[in-house]
Design a protein around this ligand. Structure first.
Ligand code: AHR
Length: 665
């Protein structure tokens, strides 16, 4: 703990800033002071304030949280070739593989993989950038197969190194038949297997004959041992954030590129053998293994409530469905979906959910009508929203309906639905750190008489694949503003949540959590989220800042235009909440400057104990970051804080995000 004299030294310091546009010295006068009125809360913190946003982007599900290890398991990724599959030759064998559409199993499993084995041979899958091997681990493999061989038709199923030299685990299927059958085996690695990813999954034979395969699947242990479940490490990282809700299933992913490729939830239910998958909008096909029930069970596992985005008749490439009779099937699709989530088992879709394995309904408060419909240039959203709104409110009057346009978002859209007042507006912000910092007070003067706000996607996009410390500083400044206004901003979630860091895994840079097949890590932005949510009271208390130092920011000049005037921005951001049960007061302070800054803190209306807790996230340089090779370079450090009280001065490290937990009575 460091003390500064009441007469601040700040005015003698030259503050320099890492971002090129931040050019000038801090301007300061007298000592910076924060005055906190601990007994005069301005409002309650929204109980659902912190949540998660998810969609199939950056291999978030396939190759991400959905634990399936086989890529292209139903052979539809590429109609011309068996992508991610290769032929395996054994000694003396002469085998070949090809796609085969003549051996359909059902309307979902229409393409299979044919293996012509001469003297043996096999098929191998390279997984999502490798098959992860861990010691003493049991994997569950399953597949459909048949053969024309009149001899044994026995198969060996194995996980082995890419060169075939090391077999980590294997199991036998003694005999195939001439009819399609599903086979299940378990594979357990030895205790001395070193963790690795340069491995493949192989099904091979020593026979001669033709073999056909479909829906080839391999699962490692999953979170809560759910069949068709999620990756344990990623669920743990999310669980540590203690999120309240999951916005699903997008994002652009709910819309699809075209009307016909939107997220059709009915095709994502039940047995995997009934799921055809569909083309995703982020340049790869989705297996739909992460189906509607899997989303809901993900929510259940982490005690989150779904925020359900329903397809609203607009798709990314600009196609839309006109309001009126043409839209009716999509309204019905949404009503059925809500019934699947919330209906009891006497309803048609509640019964289907029970049949799928989950008799209990899920709690649902918010339904979002579409995604980013401000991009719909036809102007059809007004009519589409009204039709959805009326139909949903008629059947579910208590549901809160979210409009995807309105407010003042970073896309510059100001169009608002006029004929119905949305309960909530979804606003999205993707920006640079300095833009977040400049606009941190965005919600301070927002209209309190209109709809509530859902900041359904936001991020400071600096750093790749995951964000760096400078981004986390921008995030933290922005979060202080949202937290202070959490009477209005009832929900907020960062996006995108995930990125598979392998080459080709990413479509959108600046993500929260990175991983490969074996390991995962949180970015500095992840730890910022975690800190802000872990140390959050239930009441916002006012904090008055005096003499807060500023820095000069020169906004970039538009093309062929003179530079706009420079702006003065604060270099410290802050917010406080109090827990009415424990009395804990949480003061968050963000110092974006390159030098330490001292703040005098006065707490009124409560007695503050001399000891508390300090949590600090910082690093030497704003471009510092975590990565798959340095996963914990920047993590919050928790320590005891002394010298606290109703009046004290504390120094905050350069480039730091801080929580001070004060015990108050
Ligand atoms: O988060 C990435 C994308 O950004 C989302 O899919 C979309 O809603 C937004 O434009």
């Amino acid at each position: 703990m460091k003390f500064a004299s009441p007469q601040s030294t700040l005015c003698r310091r030259l503050l320099t800033f890492a971002a090129p546009a931040l050019i000038a010295a801090a301007t300061c006068a007298a000592e910076p002071v924060l005055t906190i009125d601990a007994d005069k809360p301005t409002h309650d913190v929204s109980p659902k304030f912190f949540g998660l946003m998810t969609e199939e982007i950056n291999h978030s599900y396939d190759g991400g949280i959905y634990a399936e290890l086989i890529q292209n398991r139903i052979f539809k990724d590429d109609p011309k070739a068996p992508a991610h599959w290769s032929v395996v030759q054994r000694a003396q064998s002469n085998a070949s593989i090809a796609l085969d559409e003549s051996q359909q199993i059902n309307s979902a499993l229409t393409v299979c993989l044919k293996l012509d084995a001469q003297g043996g041979g096999g098929i191998a899958n390279d997984g999502y950038w490798g098959i992860p091997v861990k010691p003493q681990t049991t994997y569950r493999a399953s597949f459909f197969a048949k053969t024309d061989s009149t001899s044994a038709g026995a198969l060996t199923v194995s996980i082995e190194s890419n060169d075939g030299a090391t077999v980590f685990a294997k199991a036998q299927v003694p005999k195939l038949t001439h009819e399609w059958q599903r086979y299940n085996v378990t594979l357990t690695t030895r205790g001395d297997a070193k963790p690795s990813t340069n491995n493949r999954f192989v099904i091979s034979t020593t026979d001669t004959g033709t073999f056909w395969f479909n829906l080839v699947s391999l699962f490692p242990p999953t979170f809560n041992n759910r069949p068709n479940g999620n990756r344990i490490d990623l669920m743990q990282l999310l669980g540590e954030m203690q999120p309240n809700f999951l916005r699903l299933p997008g994002g652009n992913y709910v819309e699809g590129d075209h009307i016909d490729t939107h997220f059709k939830w009915k095709e994502t239910l039940g047995d995997l053998a009934q799921r055809p998958g569909h083309p995703g909008c982020w340049h790869y096909r989705s297996s739909d293994g992460m189906g509607l029930l899997e989303f809901l069970e993900w929510c259940e596992d982490l005690k989150m409530e779904p925020v359900l985005a329903v397809y609203a008749g607009y798709s990314l490439r600009g196609e839309h469905v006109n309001p009126g009779p043409d839209l009716k099937p999509y309204i019905d699709e949404a009503l059925d979906e809500i019934e699947y989530v919330t209906g009891d088992i006497r309803t048609k879709w509640g019964a289907q959910r029970a049949k799928d394995g989950h008799p209990n309904p899920f709690k649902l408060t918010y339904v979002e009508i579409g995604n980013e419909d401000g991009f719909d240039k036809s102007g059809s959203y007004e009519g589409r929203y009204v039709q959805f709104y009326d139909a949903i409110k008629a059947k579910y009057p208590k549901l809160q309906l979210i409009s995807t346009v309105g407010g003042r978002d970073s896309l510059g859209k100001r169009f608002t639905v006029k004929q119905r007042t949305p309960d909530v507006l979804d606003e999205h912000y993707y920006r640079k750190a300095v833009e977040m910092e400049e606009d941190a007070a965005h919600y301070d003067n927002y209209d309190r008489n209109g709809p509530k706000i859902f900041v359904g996607e936001w991020a400071t996009r600096e750093g790749s694949p995951t964000t760096n410390l400078n981004a986390a500083l921008g995030d933290a400044a922005w979060l202080t503003g949202m937290e202070r206004n959490s009477d209005l901003v009832v929900l907020q979630c960062y996006a995108p949540l995930f990125v598979n860091v392998n080459r080709g895994g990413m479509q959108w840079s600046g993500d929260l959590i990175g991983y490969d097949a074996l390991n995962s890590y949180g970015s500095p932005s992840y730890y910022t989220q975690k800190m802000f949510n872990q140390y959050l009271g239930d009441k916002v208390v006012p904090v008055k800042g005096d003499n807060i130092p500023t820095q000069t920011w020169q906004p970039p000049a538009p093309k062929d235009k003179p530079a706009p005037p420079a702006k003065e921005l604060p270099s410290l951001f802050y917010v406080a909440t109090r827990d009415s049960k424990t009395g804990n007061l949480y003061l968050k302070v963000v110092n974006i400057a390159s030098t330490e800054q001292a703040l005098h803190i006065e707490v009124k209306g409560a007695h503050v104990a001399p000891q508390g807790t300090a949590v600090v996230l910082t690093s030497a340089r704003p471009e510092d970051t975590n990565s798959i090779n340095e996963p914990t370079k920047i993590v919050p450090v928790t320590s005891k804080a002394d010298g606290l009280g109703n009046s004290f001065t504390r120094t905050f490290a350069p480039y730091s995000i801080n929580v001070l937990q004060l015990q108050t009575k």
